[in-house]
Design a protein around this ligand. Sequence first.
Ligand SMILES: Nc1nc2c(ncn2[C@@H]2O[C@H](COP(=O)(O)OP(=O)(O)OP(=O)(O)O)[C@@H](O)[C@H]2O)c(=O)[nH]1
Ligand SMILES: [Mg+2]
Length: 322
Amino acid sequence: MEAESHKKGGGSGFSVPKSGDATVALVGYPNVGKSSLLNALTGVHSETGNFAFTTVSVIPGTMLYNGARIQILDLPGIIESASSGSGRGKEILSVVRGADLILLVTDNEMKGLDRIREELYRAGIVINRKRRNVSVVRTGSNGIVIHAPKKVMVNSDDIREILHEFRIMNADVYIRESVTLEDIIESVRGSYVYVKAIVTVNKSDLGIVNYSVAESFNGASVVKVSARTGYGIDNLKEEIFRSLEMVRIYLMEKSGKIDRERPLILRKSSTVRDVCRKISRQMLSSFKYAYVISQGQMVQNKRVGLDHVLRDGDIVHIVSVN
Ligand SMILES: Nc1nc2c(ncn2[C@@H]2O[C@H](COP(=O)(O)OP(=O)(O)OP(=O)(O)O)[C@@H](O)[C@H]2O)c(=O)[nH]1
Ligand SMILES: [Mg+2]
């Protein structure tokens, strides 16, 4: 993580440097209460108003939760056809592409929720779906050859038709798990990012109209909040933390002292190597082995190497050469 080089954080405009352990973008139509939510989540004051486009640049804030520093970006409201260049939509969407998590913010009237998913998709942002293991490698001859394990059902004619639409006549298509035609199109086009999203229904103090729109949203978690009354804000913080799939790692010093106050925050599936990197460059080169104490594990105080995958709450003691 390059957080160290961005100590100043802050700043406004469209080139907000990433800071903290993860970045969350607030995305939604104008006036749904994104800036009010930033204020409620982080205590940063971002201007709010009862008219559209109060926010004209990116305003960052930091949410402290469970020892993690989570950067929240308040963006101007997205409007229809943002992806085709209207308003500052393109710039907004490019900031969204870099986020680790998207909060799709809507209000009690569910404003914009159906259109925003389309806008994001057009900008190459796929929400709540994983990248599938499929690749299309162009070849010089032999037509479209599909390589797929027996258990994976594919409709070869449909795939050929799609590739022909892209004017691909010769290619090896490697399919390693069940895929839809959408997955294949994304693979051919390239440059899609796959980001998790939480639907946040703000202004719930006004009574929510047509809640089912949110519930059918790509299986996303739906959190009802009111930035005005504070209702649901703690719940939203917890959901953000959970969705980012972060793990807390506690370091044990030589003396046996464990720093419980300041865990290292890493992404899920991080290894001892990631811990070393986060501490310092020297740590990685002088690393000998580490001891890991995991909750609920039979073998405690195991000696492990750099590739050992850590779990939330693990205590790590690193032994270096010297
Ligand atoms: N009743 C109610 N009003 C709210 C709530 N949150 C925000 N508002 C009001 O909604 C209006 C818009 O809020 P903003 O936070 O400026 O909305 P925004 O999404 O940032 O707007 P843009 O920056 O213009 O896209 C303001 O008048 C807020 O006071 C809420 O939870 N309940
Ligand atoms: Mg705003």
